[in-house]
Structure formats: C-alpha cells, structure tokens
Design a binder for this molecule. Structure first.
Ligand code: GAP
Length: 487
C-alpha cells in the first residue's frame, strides 16, 4: 500500500497524537504539540533510545561487532549555554542557510527550496514564476534563535537557544571524566530540545523550529576511530529495524568523500522513505558522524579553520589573535596504562526524536479489509506500531455492561496498571467498534470479559495484527500481555 500522508496527519489529529502548536490562534509554523497518545508514543521512543544507549548497556560485555567493551553515561545540559560555545565551534559564523525574500508578497524561502516551493500569489507556480514576483538575491540567514540574558539587554547580553544538544556533552567532557571515572572508550548521551529558526519548516514535524534530539558523543582513541565509526553506523541502523521499520523503507547513505570535512573518516545518514517524498526519495532520520577531535580542540584553543593544506588551525583576527578564543582548559585524556596523553576522537550518532516518531507513525499506518458485525467487509485502519512503542499496550472491555462483567474487567484493568502496563478501560459502544478504536491507535492486545468468564475464569485476548482470539485464564493475563509486548 502506498501510504497517504494526508490520512496519517488526519489520524494523528483525530486521535490525539500531534496537534499544530497554538492552533486556536491559527498555529505557529514549525512548532508542534503532542497530544495524549503522541506524548506516550514519543516517551516510548525516547525510552527505547535511552535504554539502548544507557540503561540496558552492559559495560562488562563486548557487544556484537564492537572492538571492545565500553562505558556509557547520560547527561542533561542547559538549553542556553555560554555564547562562546557557539563562536568556538563555528555556529555563530557558519550555521546559516541561504534565503530568498519576495519583496512583493514578503514570503521567505530557503534558496535551495525555491524550485519546489509554492508561490503564495499563485500556488500552482514556484516563487519567481509569477509576473508580480520580485525575489531578492540569496542572502545568509543564521539559524540560531537569539535571546537576551538579564534585564539590560545590550548586544553583549545576546545568548542563543542551542541548535544541537551535542555541545553540552563536549564542554562537560572533563567534568564527566573527573566525576564518573569513565575510561576511553566511552559515550555520553543526552536527549533534549534543540531550536533552529528554519526558513521553511515543512513536511509536518520533519523540519520543525523546535525539536528534540537524541545524541551521543563516543570518545575513543584516534587509531580506533574508524572501527568505532563502522560499529556505531551499523548499530544505529539496527535500532530502527528492531523497532519495526522495514528494510525496504530504510537505507544507510554514506556521504561521498567530497562531502566530508578533511578530518572526518566518514559520515553516514540513516534515511527513511517518508510518504511525503517522491518515490525513490529518502529523508534523514539520523546522522552518524566521525567528528575527529574538532569539538574538543575548538573548546580548548578557539575557533578552528582549514588552512591551505586542509589542516585545522586556529582562526586569527586582524590583530593576529584567535578570532574566538577557546576556554584554555585541557580537554585531553591521559591513559594511565599506556601513559599516553591525547585528544580523543569522537563518533556522534545524532538522531531526532520527532523524526523517529514520525517515521514510526508513517511505517505503522495500514489499512486492511475486515468484516463488521454484520459480516460486511469494511476498511480497517490499523497502526501496526511495535508493541514497545505503542502508547496503550492493552485495552480491557466488558462485552456488555451487566452481569458483573464491568466489575471483572475493571479488576483486570487495575491488575495490569499495578504491573506497570499502560492500559485502557472502555465499556462504550459495540465490541467491534471498540476493537477498531484500539486498532487505530496501535494497541497490541484487547482483552474482553464475556459471559463465559464467570464459568471458565478465562478472558478473550485479541491480537491487533493477526486478529486471532485466544482464551487466557484471568490469573495469567499480566504474564500474557508482558510476553506479547516484550518483542
Ligand atoms: N550534532 C549534530 C547535529 O545536530 P544534524 O544532522 O543537524 O546533526 C541531527 O541533526 C538530527 O536532528 C537529524 O538527523 C534530525 O533527526 C534532527 N533534526 C535536525 N534538524 C531538525 C529539524 N529542523 N526538525 C526536526 N528534526 C531535526
């Protein structure tokens, strides 16, 4: 089935996954709110990522494909950081897109999006094609949101909302080393909001102005960095496959050599065939980058630039002083076994929580034909979310609202809740409609208390995907649901 983005967007609104931010005031472009179900789904995405990176990581074992065992720690850093951070790593000077304005209609476009954007004066045309269009030459536009610190608000008080979470981990490299006694190789991971003043936010939540990143900085010996790069590239690809993205819709695209910075061994993007793209096109879900020692060196010495030989050197101002001086701190690592001191190289898998959530929603959307109560074939919309990601794991229904069925169903509902399983109780409407309401939000199991339950002590457990219904003793219901959602 080729997926229809409009239907996915409509379902997300109707069932409370995603809403336009400030919708009552007409919305704010590039900002989104997650509804009750979307909040649970995104929380599950974050937890799956954090579990993979930190909670479930066994530092005493060598994971399959890894060069050796390693440690992983979490971090949570501030959104507003010292402005020198962004000056030293280049965002202040270089983090911009080229934009084009229309003097006639005042619309703004990213220069590279002009050929695919709609002219606001005539949507069937592209900007520049209408007789009245009056476009400016492409101009630089910094993507960082600027705000002001303190009450005075001069230019020297300007600070920025972080455009990536990564720098919070680099500037805390030494703090983490000193406080948690980790040894290279190790990773620091965090999940948090990032902000980019995208010129043309588009494609639903794909390109937003406020979004959440799930990033990890893996510090390793420079001689080992190629092996770690390959390890993390492959491992990150597997994460999406494990959570239900089919390999047909996913690809790992290695950047061409001419796309790489000279110090980088490689960068690869995990890409997904989002339904809003043309057939054969893919959108970035995550980038896995070899960043060399660029960030740690920048924070030690100051903003770096490439010299004529392609080597990284400190950029100087007109007085021959560093244009943006670094912290002057020693962000090196001393290996007390080999007695070697070095600046570690870094492999960075940088994922987007919103993009991953959107990909899981798109992948899950499906329609099939199922007989209704009268045996007539009807289209069923079903979200085939991986059970780990599904916002509701089990729904509990009494078949009818009498003969003690609601009481028994509530008892089961409470038992599931007590076991920490996200579940939902519903006694409204025909049973078929209740099943379909759950299919539409991706609930893997529906449990029905019926007339037989009082006699045989069993309930019916219906599987969302196979639609198979099985009788299960009430005493085994928690275990059964756990087994079904643990996949
Ligand atoms: N620290 C490296 C870094 O930030 P990036 O490729 O710019 O790299 C990493 O961002 C991930 O963050 C992307 O692969 C994407 O999933 C997410 N992301 C970036 N910009 C985004 C935006 N405007 N809206 C939603 N997600 C975005």
């Amino acid at each position: 089935m080729s997926k229809n983005m409009e239907k996915i967007v409509a379902l997300c609104k109707r069932r409370g996954f995603i809403f336009q931010s400030s919708e009552v005031y007409g919305g704010l472009q590039g900002f989104w709110d997650y509804g009750p179900l979307g909040t649970e789904l995104k929380r599950n995405v974050r937890e799956a990522w954090y579990g993979e990176m930190i909670t479930d990581h066994d530092e005493t074992a060598i994971p399959v494909g890894a060069p050796q065992a390693f440690q992983m720690v979490g971090l949570e850093t501030s959104i507003i950081m010292h402005p020198q951070v962004w000056k030293c790593v280049g965002h202040y000077d270089l983090f911009h897109d080229m934009m084009v304005d229309c003097r006639e209609c005042k619309a703004r476009f990213r220069a590279d999006h002009v050929p695919t954007s709609q002219c606001p004066l005539k949507p069937s045309k592209h900007p520049g094609e209408h007789d009245n269009c009056n476009l400016t030459e492409p101009r630089e536009f910094n993507l960082m949101f600027k705000t002001t610190l303190g009450a005075l608000g001069g230019d020297e008080d300007a600070v920025f909302l972080r455009p990536e979470t990564a720098q919070g981990m680099f500037v805390n490299f030494k703090n983490v080393l000193d406080s948690s006694r980790v040894k290279v190789p190790f990773g620091i991971a965090q999940i948090g909001k990032s902000f980019r003043n995208e010129i043309t936010p588009r494609n639903y939540t794909f390109r937003s102005r406020e979004f959440e990143q799930m990033e990890m900085e893996f510090f390793c010996h420079p001689d080992q960095s190629r092996r770690w790069y390959e390890y993390w590239r492959n491992r990150r690809m597997q994460w999406y496959l494990k959570l239900g993205i089919t390999s047909d819709n996913l690809r790992l695209r290695e950047h061409d050599a001419d796309e790489l910075s000279h110090y980088s061994v490689g960068t690869a993007d995990v890409e997904y065939a989002f339904p809003f793209l043309n057939a054969g096109e893919y959108g970035e879900l995550e980038g896995i980058a070899h960043r060399g020692d660029f960030d740690l060196r920048s924070h030690m010495k100051g903003k770096l630039m490439e010299d004529e030989n392609g080597c990284l050197v400190v950029e100087l101002d007109e007085h021959g002083k560093p244009k943006y001086p670094g912290s002057g701190r020693e962000l090196t690592y001393f290996d007390d076994q080999t007695r070697e001191k070095y600046v570690p190289h870094v492999i960075e898998p940088a994922a987007g929580a919103d993009r991953a959530t959107l990909a899981f929603l798109c992948e899950a959307y499906d329609e099939d034909q199922q007989p209704d109560e009268k045996g007539k074939l009807k289209v069923r919309t079903v979200m085939r979310l991986h059970p780990r990601l599904a916002p509701v794991k089990a729904a509990v229904f009494p078949l009818i609202k009498k003969y003690g069925m609601p009481e028994k169903a509530i008892e089961i509902y409470r038992e599931l809740k007590g076991a920490g399983i996200a579940c939902f109780y519903d006694q409204q409407g025909a049973i078929g409609r209740r099943y379909r309401r759950q299919d539409e939000i991706g609930t893997p199991c529906c449990i029905t208390v019926d007339g037989e339950t009082a006699q045989d002590g069993c309930v019916t457990v219906r599987d969302r995907d196979s639609l198979v219904q099985e009788r299960v003793p009430v005493g085994e219901i928690v275990q059964t649901v756990r087994e079904r959602i643990s996949g």
